[in-house]
Each structure stands twice: as C-alpha cells, then as structure tokens.
Design a protein around this ligand. Structure first.
Ligand code: SF4
Length: 433
C-alpha cells in the first residue's frame, strides 16, 4: 500500500502483486536500456502496433517503443514541456502529440519517463500498420541518428481480411529485409529455435490476457477494460511479449482477476473498489494520458465500468482468436502485423464494437476522439451512427488528446459523460414495465 500523493487524496492505494511486478520489470528494462551502449546490447526502436518483439529479442536486442515513452511522459506531467520544445523547433500544432513529445524529449537530453537516459537506436524498425505518421516520425529520428531503417510494408485490410498473398508479402520482407538487418546490427545469426521459444512464451501470455479481458463478462465486472485495461496490455504491447517476465506477469494478473470474480468484487479504481456498477460501457479510441486519473474518476464516480474497449487491441486482437504460432514463425508474425486494430478497416471496427456491446451486455458506448490520431479518429462519427443503428443503443462522443494537456477540457468532458449517463438512466426507466 502507498499514499496517494495528490493534494486532498490521502487515501491508501492498494497495489496488487501484478502491479508491483509490472513496475519492477519496466524499471529493470529502462535501466538495461541505459546501460546498453556500455554493455554492447543492440537497440531497436519500433512501434506498438506490429511490433516484432519476439524476433528482436531472439537476436539479443532490446526494444524501445517511442509511443510508450510519450504516453508515460504524459502521465508523469512532462509532455507539456516536451511538446512546447518541439513546437518551438518548428513542429506544427497539428502534428500528432506523441511525435512532438518524443522529439521534445530527445531535444531535452533523451531522459526517459523513469529518469534514465535512453540509448540511440542501432536500427529503426517500422512495421507499417495503418499510420502514416509512423513513417514521418521515423524519418525525423533517422535524420537525428543516421542509423539503418527497415520499413516493413503491411497491407491494410481494405476488404476486411489479410489475403494469403498479403501474408506471404509480409513474411518475405521479414525473411529478406528484416532478418539480415538484425543479423548485421547484432552480429548474430538467425536462430529459429530461439524465436519459436519466444513465440511459445508469447502465446502463453496471450491466453492469460484474453482470460483477463473476457472476465468483464461477469457482473460485477472484476476489471475496468479501458482504464485498467491499458495497464493490463502494457507488458504484452511493449517490450515483454515473448519473455519469461511477461508470462509471470500475466499468470499473476489472471490469478488476481479470477480471485476477484470468485469474491464477486469489481476493479480497483482511483477511489477504491467499484463494486456497485450502475453502467457497463464499451469505449472506442485511446484515452487521455495527461489527466488519466481524473478522466477515470469521471466514470467511476458515476458507477460506470468499461467492460470492453478497442484501444486495448491496438497491439493485437487476441480476443478475436489470434495467437502467435511457434510452428509458423514468419507467417504468424505476418498475421500479427496485419491484424492490429489500426490496420483494420472501418466496417471491421464497427463489427467489433457491435460484438462487444452484445457479448459484454453493455448499456452504452462512448467514443473518445483524440485530436492527434487520424488512425483512430477518421470515421468515428460514421462509426457512432452505424453502431447506434445496428444495436439501437445510443452512443456518446467526446474529444480530447493523448498527451497534450491543452486539449483536455475537464468541465466539458465531465458534463458530456454525466448527461450521457443520465440519458441511459432515463431510457432504462422508460423501458421498465
Ligand atoms: S497518429 Fe495515432 S497511430 Fe499514428 S503515431 Fe500518432 S497516436 Fe500513434
């Protein structure tokens, strides 16, 4: 247990063992990254959607995820200054704030969110999963670091599936471009047995993650699948998929969540356990990180729990059945890249929301449209209308940003959430006999 440091919030925060494990493994990873230049550990920068952590680690290299650094800086109150530094250097106000936060951090000494220095990359690995900004971001980093770049071209699922030729195209690039690049920067040969072992570990953790996310079908839901969910997906979406640490974390998390189900308990929110759950919601879009707890509290104060979210699928759609397959190492990595949420077309995203509303027996759904991210926000109003039509459930639409605190208007957002929940209550009453 530790005290909440916010003024006027002296309440004790309960920390589950999984939370402690996650904090420790992240701290160890950043410490290792800081020592990487001295220890000769090669470093690969790559993005969350389409990350190939099992392959990177099979070469003994360490992954750095720039969006994770940006969001962590946002949560720690450091993104405002980083964004300002990037804007002073000429980056437009319209640019994704993850990029500006990262560039601003780099210009300010490249001290990462945990206070340790980040090493320069030996390789920039771009798996292109639907976001053009990723490409521009790495062009900026390449100018800075002048290191090799691999651009893995992942076909967009324009007609809602990854065709066999798309899959072959991605796997061929991994074989002929990426693996030689990793061999070159690490001085090691490709070791398929090691990759298979990592993929086996990934699959084990993926099973446990799906069990955790699916637990929200219970009443009360033992998790919040958005505000809690972003913590739950943290290790598997970043540096720890395919590692023994990752497996241990997800085993422990699943054990804790199953214990809460058995005890009929809800999730732990910033204000303590949420057992009295008056609304079950589905959320589309990323959260705001600069006011994360304040944002969460707007829901938990009203007894609203999120039972499913699309953002927690941005680094893999495991709940739809995908698992890494150690028997087909390159093919499974191709499937993984092609299936990340930002690589799915709008009808598929709508299907997902409709499915979540039904499967999780939700009362409503809410879209958080973030200014920064066209990969998410393009088409969201159309998605809102379509989901409403198909389910008969009204949705809500709010706007904020990822890590730019200038775009979080607490009063407006709170007002909209409260009005929406009041409308759901009125609907519920009017449908009672
Ligand atoms: S635009 Fe969206 S997907 Fe692309 S880098 Fe920014 S936040 Fe990520």
């Amino acid at each position: 247990m530790e005290s909440d440091p916010r003024p006027g919030h002296a309440a004790e925060i309960h920390k589950d063992r999984s939370m402690v494990l996650q904090k420790e493994m992240i701290a160890r990873h950043y410490e290792r990254l800081e020592r990487a230049p001295q220890c000769g550990d090669p470093v690969v920068y790559t993005f969350v959607p389409g990350n190939l952590t099992e392959l990177i680690r099979s070469f003994g290299a360490l992954p750095v995820l720039p969006e994770i650094n940006a969001l962590q800086s946002g949560m720690r109150g450091r993104s405002r200054d980083f964004i300002a530094a990037a804007e002073r250097a000429g980056h437009s106000e319209d640019v994704c704030t993850y990029v500006k936060c990262d560039i601003g951090m780099l210009m300010s000494g490249n001290i990462g969110p945990t206070g340790t220095r980040l090493p320069p990359p030996d390789l920039l690995l771009l798996s292109y999963t639907g976001c053009y900004t990723f490409m521009k971001w790495f062009e900026l980093l390449r100018e800075q670091y002048n290191c090799p770049t691999v651009f893995l071209q992942v076909p967009y699922q324009g007609d809602g599936r990854l065709a066999p030729e798309h899959r072959r195209y991605i796997a061929d690039q991994i074989r002929s471009d990426l693996i030689p690049a990793l061999e070159s920067i690490t001085g090691r040969g490709y070791d398929e047995d090691r990759l298979r072992a990592n993929l086996t570990l990934a699959r084990e953790a993926e099973d446990d993650l799906v069990a955790v996310l699916s637990s929200a079908k219970h009443r009360p839901s033992p998790i919040d699948a958005y505000f809690g969910g972003v913590y739950y997906v943290g290790p598997i979406f970043s540096a720890f998929r395919g590692t023994a640490e990752g497996v241990e974390y997800y085993r422990e998390l699943r054990r804790e969540v199953e214990a809460r189900v058995a005890a009929g308990l809800g999730p732990v929110t910033p204000d303590g356990p949420l057992n009295d759950q008056r609304f079950r919601l589905v959320v589309e879009g990323p959260p705001n990180w600069t006011h994360f707890r304040e944002f969460w509290r707007m829901f938990s104060d009203e007894g609203a729990v999120v039972v499913a979210s699309t953002y927690t699928k941005v680094g893999g759609t495991y709940d739809l059945g995908f698992r890494h397959d150690p028997d087909d190492p390159l093919g499974t990595m191709a499937d993984y890249c092609g299936g990340c949420y930002t690589n799915l077309n709008l009808p598929t995203r709508i299907d997902m929301l409709v499915r979540y509303l039904h499967e999780y027996q939700a009362d409503g759904f809410l879209i958080n449209s973030v200014k920064s991210c066209n990969s998410f926000s393009a088409g969201q109003l159309m998605m809102l209308r379509e989901v409403e039509q198909r389910t008969g459930i009204p949705g809500a639409f709010i706007e904020s940003d990822l890590v730019d605190p200038r775009y979080f208007s607490a009063a407006n957002i709170k007002n909209r959430i409260e009005s929406y929940l009041q409308m759901l209550t009125a609907r519920r009453k009017s449908s009672q006999p």
